[in-house]
Structures are given as C-alpha cells and as structure tokens.
Design a binder for this molecule. Structure first.
Ligand SMILES: [Zn+2]
Length: 337
C-alpha cells in the first residue's frame, strides 16, 4: 500500500499502472525489490463504497482482461530486470479471483518462483482461505502476504475508514497466514478521518501492539490525501489535516512491537497532502524515518530543534475541543501569526 504516485504510465491495459525499484531489508540484508502496480478490474470493496482514504481504484479499469494483466506483469518484470523480491500490488486483493483470475495468479507465482524471487502480495481478509494459501504456496513457497488492518478498533474500522471488515476478520486471516508458514505484513494507518491527532497516535500504537502478535513486519502508513476520496473532500473543507511528522515519530518511538519489524515510508511525506510539519524540519525527519526503517535502530530517529513542535503539542491538547471534530489548526495558527 505505501506507494508513491511515480512513474505512472498512460492507461494502456497491457501496461502496469506503475513500476519502480526500491531497497528492502530481507533477512537483515538490503536487497533490490521491484514494485509492480497492476491495473485490474478493481477492489471488490470499492463497489461497496470503498475506504475513506483509498484512491487506488483510480488505477483500475473494468475492461481489463486476464490476458492484459499477464502482459502487464511480463512487461514489468522485463523492465525491472534482476531483483530478489517482487511486490505485486493491485487496487484490491491478489487472492480475489474476480480481480486477479486464477491463471494470472498462477503465472505470477510460478514465474517469481522460477526466478528465485520472494513474492509479496496484498489481500483483504475475506479472500484469505486455507485453500487459497495452499494454492499460492504450491506456486511459490517464498511468500509474504500483506493485510491492511489499519486499526484494531472496530469503531474506527467502521466509522472512520468504512473498511468493510472487523478486527476478528483480520485475526482469522492472520492466523491462517501464520499457520501456513507465510510471513505476514500488516498495514497500520495513522490518522484516519474524524480522529484527533492525539487519538490517532493512540489508535496506531494500540493497533501496532495488537498486530505485532501475528506479524513479521508492520508498516505504519500515515494517511495521505488521495484524489477522489472522502478524505480529500474533508481536506478541501478544512476538516482534515494529514498527520504531523512529529506524530509519526511519536508512534515509531513509543509503540510496543516486540521483535516485529516496524517500518514507515510516508507517501507524500513533507507535502501538504502527506504527513508534514512546518516545511523546515520535514526533510530531516523523513530521512531519519527512512534510516530507522532500514536499521530498526531507535537512535536513527531524528528530533530536530524546531518551533513547530510547540504548535504540534498545542494541537494534541486542543484538537479535541474544536466543535465538530478535528480541523487544520496549523493553518489557523499560521493565519493568526
Ligand atoms: Zn518544524
């Protein structure tokens, strides 16, 4: 799910929506990972309203055929060249046969296995059945499955995110993945709409503590304002501000995740639509978050001396008093100043 809107290609059904390379730590060693965003017919949940912050359906196309997706994958792997790790993202679920037909999934699993590549894919929990996992393993044994839990709080899942499943659905899927011997990666959202900054920090910390019991890796994803989403409408009406980078630091520093790896790569970090601070301290913090994600060394998390941390602290105190919920207090302060 953490993905930059970079290198997005023109809408050609035979071309993936985007591909890029990134560094990933695998068994303690940095490796090249290839990211492929396949253009599919879209997420099953999108047709039921979709999640409040998710704009990935923008990349989907209802007319895409299985043959198109096969061509997308083959052209992407050719362009990526030699990589040890392939991450295949769709707008929804790799295990949803309506979205990724079986022959396509089988081809991707087989091809990555032949190349000795680890394969990561994402799924909603309802598609994570024992037989689906066994089928996937018979294609490629070196798998990582990512589930977007976002929040371990059922009220947040229902009212802030419209996730369309409850915590227990995640837990059932997570246990199946772990029992099958597959590494689980869990996405944790930071600051879904209608939560104050302080509530958002507490929610992410709680979710991290809960999901660390099942996961090999936890990925903290600060909300970024994506086009065509409910979050974007709120943001345009001054009713939403993406999280502060101070909040990201706070969650990374103070969460209890045991030995589970905790990584964070804020999409749109430092920009108005992504997690940001005042603009002066953003870059230092972002590179420290990257260094922390790679090393897991708390000492790498930076804490620059910047005045905006005072504003952030005031927001933590005052946010909850604003009638009607959260608003962008920083922009308000800036105008007063
Ligand atoms: Zn600052």
């Amino acid at each position: 799910m953490p993905r930059e809107n970079k290198a997005f290609k023109k809408r050609n059904p035979d071309q993936p929506a985007a591909i890029w390379k990134e560094r990933e730590i695998l068994d303690g060693k940095p490796v090249d990972a290839g990211v492929i965003i396949l253009r599919t017919s879209g997420c099953s949940h999108y047709h039921k309203g979709g999640c409040s912050m998710c704009g990935y359906n923008f990349d989907s196309d209802r007319g895409v055929t299985p043959g198109n997706i096969l061509k997308q994958f083959d052209s992407a792997t050719k362009d990526l060249g030699e990589v040890n790790f392939i991450k295949v993202y769709t707008s929804g679920s790799f295990l949803d046969e309506c979205e990724v037909p079986k022959e396509v999934a089988d081809h991707i699993l087989k091809r990555t296995a032949e190349n000795g590549q680890r394969l990561l894919f994402e799924s909603r929990p309802e598609f994570v059945t024992e037989s689906a996992l066994q089928d996937a393993l018979s294609g490629n044994e070196n798998l990582e499955v990512a589930l977007g839990l976002e929040s371990s709080n059922d009220r947040v899942l229902k009212y802030s995110i419209n996730k369309g499943f409850a915590r227990l659905d995640y837990e059932t899927a997570a246990r199946r993945i772990v029992s099958a011997g597959i590494d689980l990666r869990t996405y944790v959202l930071l600051k879904p709409p209608f939560l104050t900054e302080a509530e958002a920090i507490a929610d992410s910390k709680q979710t991290i503590a809960y999901a660390s019991k099942f996961s090999k890796t936890l990925s903290l994803n600060p909300v970024n304002v994506q086009k065509g989403t409910h979050v974007e409408r709120l943001w345009r009406n001054w009713a939403y501000r993406p999280p502060w980078l101070w909040s990201v630091l706070e969650v990374l520093r103070t969460s209890d995740h045991g030995r589970t790896k905790l990584i964070c790569e804020p999409t749109g970090g430092g920009k108005e639509r992504g997690a940001h601070n005042c603009g002066r301290c953003d870059d230092v913090i972002l590179s420290s978050i990257k260094a922390y994600s790679e090393s897991q060394a708390m000492s790498r998390l930076g804490s620059p001396d910047c005045d905006c941390s005072d504003i952030w602290r005031s927001v933590l105190d005052l946010d909850g008093f604003v009638v009607g919920g959260t608003m962008d207090l920083q922009r308000f302060y800036r105008r007063q100043g």
